[in-house]
Ligand binder design. Structure first.
Ligand code: PRP
Ligand code: URA
Length: 209
């Protein structure tokens, strides 16, 4: 069964408070999403495999650890997921970046796919699918379906704010996918927005609306 991790690190919680506030402007919102994504990536990469190599310090020979070179991929769900990519790449710069374009139909709240581009060696990579918001869960489920249909085997989902409803939907649809969340909120409202949430992540990130 999928594991759900809520990152309660004080730095993450502090920055989240500012992105939630309605008067936080686009520039600050974007910077904070980037910083939170870096902090989340630090936690989410805790189990990356290591190799031991021989090195020589100015004092002696010794054995020391380096990353074993596991192939990684980051896949933002367009648009808002883009805001998390650079923050993650700061820590794992060799990761390849794929894109899945989805928007939520405002009437049905169902995701509509309009773009998919993934690295060629999709079967060999471990992927982080990223989106600031997990609301009904439809977009995350569909994006992960898209990756799996193209051969991806090992996927983790990472978001800033999740509604309990979305977590349940994602866990049930993809029990093999672990979920990393910065904050688990109260509920969805009648329009499918997370309460208290932060509003429309894409609009706040890109200054649209
Ligand atoms: C938002 C958000 C997620 C989705 C979450 O995207 O960035 O992708 O809604 O909702 P769900 O869990 O109910 O599917 P939106 O559809 O507004 O598109 P955008 O990022 O292009 O603004
Ligand atoms: N998408 C958003 O951007 N915000 C929400 O609260 C729900 C879906």
């Amino acid at each position: 069964m999928a594991k759900v991790y809520v990152f309660d690190h004080p730095l993450i919680q502090h920055k989240l408070t500012y992105i939630r506030q309605k008067d936080t402007g686009t520039k600050e919102f974007r910077e904070l999403v980037d910083e939170i994504a870096t902090l989340m990536a630090f936690e989410a990469t805790r189990d990356l495999p290591l190799d031991e190599i021989e090195i020589e310090t100015p004092v002696s020979k010794t054995k020391s650890k380096v990353l074993s070179g596991k192939k990684l991929g980051v896949v933002p769900i367009l648009r808002a997921g883009i805001g998390m990519v650079d923050g993650i790449l700061k820590l794992i710069p060799a990761a390849k970046v794929g894109h899945v374009g989805l928007y939520r139909d405002p009437k049905t709240l169902k995701p509509v796919e309009y773009y998919v581009k993934l690295p060629n060696d999709v079967e060999e990579r471990d992927f982080f699918v990223v989106d600031p918001m997990l609301a009904t869960g439809g977009s995350a489920v569909e994006a992960i379906n898209s990756l799996k249909n193209r051969g991806a085997k090992n996927i983790t989902f990472m978001c800033l704010i999740a509604a309990p409803e979305g977590v349940e939907v994602l866990k049930n649809a993809h029990p093999d996918v672990d979920i990393y969340i910065a904050a688990l909120d109260e509920k969805l409202n009648e329009k499918g927005y997370i309460v208290p949430g932060l509003g429309d992540a894409g609009d706040r990130l890109f200054g649209t609306k």
